[in-house]
Design a protein around this ligand. Structure first.
Ligand code: TYD
Length: 223
């Protein structure tokens, strides 16, 4: 059995990843693979309940460290119950947000040390947690936040100040610099049709490089 591919979608709030989901889905399906679509925080009943705590906050919003631990608790459950079994069975996984969100939001946004996140990442995901590909939707913060406001109700994180969201964007950019081969940066501030064309071109080219370069069979190496 050939292990499935893990593809993640990342970007600041209102960056426009959701509007390209249909295209991404259809390009993956065109490869003839089975696909699991999921999201973080979330993806299992427990993880979706944790998502509520993280995003709504209520009368007792989590402090930054509690928030970090909550997203990783949700991630652990999601990883062992859904993502890892899917990858093991050869299914590709398309996950709306993953570990890069934590580096950007809890690390650069909340100001928690990236070293803590790295430790949790290895602890929670083990050796196979690095996505095969991450699509990073990059949009100027003022434009992205205007989109968020148009959508209406803002969650606890979306309500943070523009400066705070600039830190998140800087965090994403640092992640890209650290691991450029894993990312495709999508200039999502352009018109929708332009974004779509650039994304399609980049994705098709990336998938073509994977053909004949399949991941190692499950259980055959450290990964
Ligand atoms: P998202 O699903 O993109 O929200 P929406 O559908 O409203 O665009 O993301 C949920 C929020 O969770 C987003 O503001 C980022 C935040 N988040 C973190 O702070 N840390 C994380 O590790 C993850 C996965 C998400």
């Amino acid at each position: 059995m050939i292990r499935g591919r893990l593809i993640t979608l990342e970007g600041g709030d209102g960056a426009g990843k959701t509007s390209q989901l249909g295209l991404i889905r259809s390009l993956i399906r065109a490869r003839g693979v089975s696909l699991l679509e999921t999201r973080e925080p979330g993806g299992t009943p427990l993880s979706e309940a944790i998502r509520e705590w993280v995003l709504s906050g209520g009368a007792d919003p989590p402090d930054p460290v509690a928030e970090l631990l909550l997203v990783f608790a949700a991630r652990r459950q999601h990883w062992v119950r859904r993502i890892e079994p899917a990858l093991e069975s050869g299914t590709w996984v398309l996950c709306d947000r993953f570990v890069d969100s934590t580096y950007a939001y809890q690390g650069s946004g909340r100001g928690l040390p990236w070293g803590w996140i790295e430790t949790l990442e290895h602890w929670v995901l083990g050796p196979h947690g690095r996505p095969d590909l991450t699509l990073y939707f990059d949009t100027p913060v003022d434009q992205a936040l205007a989109r968020v406001r148009e959508r209406g109700h803002l969650n606890r994180i979306e309500r943070e100040a523009p400066d705070w969201h600039e830190h998140v964007r800087a965090g994403y950019r640092a992640r890209l610099e650290e691991d450029p081969d894993r990312f495709i940066r999508v200039d999502a501030g352009l018109a929708r049709e332009q974004v779509q064309a650039a994304l399609e071109d980049a994705l098709v080219r990336r998938f073509d490089t994977w053909q004949g370069n399949a991941p190692a069979p499950v259980g055959s190496g450290p990964g």
